[in-house]
Design a protein around this ligand. Structure first.
Ligand code: SAM
Length: 457
């Protein structure tokens, strides 16, 4: 099977692959990269992405290393709308963009060429082309429902012990945010057969339209060999796949009434399902303790879920709420300061000026160091002076010369580290209830264990 770009994106962008365009820090756009002659079936219109930062033909984003910065094209499809006012930061990117332009639009196909209007390079910017990851997908996916966000699902996957080769049951699938994160967590290569349960996610969704959209998305992302999506109401239908067990090691329920699904997640036939004479199959891995998380927005749901868990033999039950707060850490200012001849502290305006000033300052320091002093006939070693940072206090007997010379200051100034927190914790998302169902231990298990590790022999 073709490997999903979420699991193994390779080093370069490829035609027909999903890519996430980062337009600005928190503005992400998923698109399917089209070859010039390809069908236009992505999220973005046509084979040119028009943004407020400029126009980006797909051809300029193909076969480049993931993470590349893509400069806006000179061409515009005309659908970009009004021009953006030029800001102070635009100059650099505009100049570079002109240099990096494809010389003509010949690499676009005829249809596209007719769509492309005149060159409008005067306000072009840049974007970055990123490989799809569950985190970026969560930020950019088309929302069909509330979704589970990265701070929650990273903790959940850790607590339910999702690891390569694990089998996960998930319900409901919703918008597929958790699905993408969980399939990456359990991926251990593509299974050799459909019957192979290891390293797969068994996902359930009862809303028909959501089911179909999700199904298409999984195919588009080459994940359908690893995520088995079933259209079903799990409260009534349970979690078996054509009557067989997915043998789940871990479970995640994002449902309005998790307690109605719990009886199906037992090791033995629950009394509520007593259909006499029928063989009952557990969807759980019989050889392992199973770890579960349920995700509920209100405490009444938590209480009912916990109560059902206790009655069904789940242990180690606890509840967690993730209170995520972003910390933004920046260095206040890293730059050069120098004193003008009048002793005023200024900082240079651009890199070239800074480098010139730095060279000038270093030269002055070297000259100072080379100049003979009172009581000395030799020059100071310039490096020593630089390291000590202040010629004037280098030696006690240098006081006289120090008075004559301006004190030397290191020309570079590291700004302070500033950490700003978000003013408030974002609104409550959900309560996470965790529980474990121990594995059962039969007489046969004991006999097998004894045969393998005989005690007292
Ligand atoms: N976890 C998902 C994500 O990260 O994108 C979001 C799940 S959404 C909040 C809940 C989903 O459960 C909805 O799509 C809903 O249709 C589905 N659902 C509700 N009751 C269900 C049931 N009895 N069986 C299957 N799916 C159900």
């Amino acid at each position: 099977p073709t490997v999903s770009p979420f699991l193994e994106p390779g080093l370069h962008t490829k035609p027909r692959s999903l890519a996430i365009l980062q337009l600005s820090r928190d503005n992400l756009l998923p698109i399917y990269l089209q070859e010039a002659s390809g069908e236009h079936d992505g999220y973005a219109e046509g084979a040119v992405v028009n943004t407020r930062y400029g126009s980006f033909p797909h051809s300029t984003m193909l076969n480049v290393p993931w993470g590349s910065q893509i400069r806006a094209s000179k061409v515009d499809t005309g659908s970009r709308g009004r021009k953006r006012k030029r800001g102070p930061k635009d100059d650099a990117s505009r100049d570079d963009a002109e240099e990096n332009q494809p010389e003509t639009t010949d690499n676009n196909n005829a249809t596209e060429a007719t769509r492309v209007k005149q060159a409008v390079a005067d306000d072009s910017g840049f974007i970055h082309v990123l490989p799809p990851t569950p985190e970026l997908w969560t930020q950019s996916l088309p929302h069909r429902t509330q979704v589970v966000y990265t701070p929650d699902y990273s903790y959940i996957l850790h607590r339910i012990r999702a690891r390569p080769g694990s089998t996960i049951i998930e319900a409901g699938a919703g918008s597929g945010s958790f699905t993408h994160a969980s399939v990456r967590a359990v991926y251990n290569g593509y299974p050799s057969s459909a019957e192979d349960r290891k390293g797969k996610v068994f996902s359930f969704e009862y809303h028909e339209e959501r089911y179909h959209k999700m199904k298409k998305e999984l195919t588009d992302h080459n994940l359908d060999g690893l995520v088995h999506l079933t259209h079903r109401d799990v409260y009534n239908g349970g979690f078996l796949i054509d009557g067989t067990s997915p043998e789940a090691d871990a479970i995640f329920l994002d449902l309005p009434k998790p307690w109605e699904a719990l009886p199906h997640l037992s090791r033995r036939k629950p009394q509520t399902e007593a259909k006499e004479g029928e063989e009952w199959v557990s969807p759980l891995n019989p050889k392992r303790a199973v770890h579960m998380c349920t995700f509920s927005p209100c405490i009444e749901q938590v209480t009912r879920t916990v109560s059902a868990m206790r009655r069904l033999g789940w242990v180690d039950i606890d509840m967690v709420e993730i209170a995520n707060r972003k910390l933004h850490t920046i260095r206040d200012r890293v730059g050069l300061h120098y004193q003008t001849d009048r002793g005023v502290n200024v900082s240079p305006h651009d890199v070239e000026e800074a480098l010139d000033r730095l060279a000038e300052i270093e030269e002055r320091v070297r000259e100072q160091a080379a100049r003979p002093r009172n009581g000395e006939d030799g020059a100071e070693d310039a490096d020593t002076v630089m390291k000590n940072g202040d010629v004037a206090v280098k030696k006690d007997d240098d006081k006289a010369s120090a008075a004559e010379q301006p004190p030397y200051q290191t020309p570079w100034v590291d700004g302070r580290l500033i950490t700003k927190g978000e003013p408030e914790i974002k609104t409550h998302t959900s309560y996470l209830v965790f529980a474990v169902l121990p594995r059962e231990w039969t007489e046969e298990d004991e006999a097998a264990a004894f045969a393998k590790y005989p005690c007292g022999k």
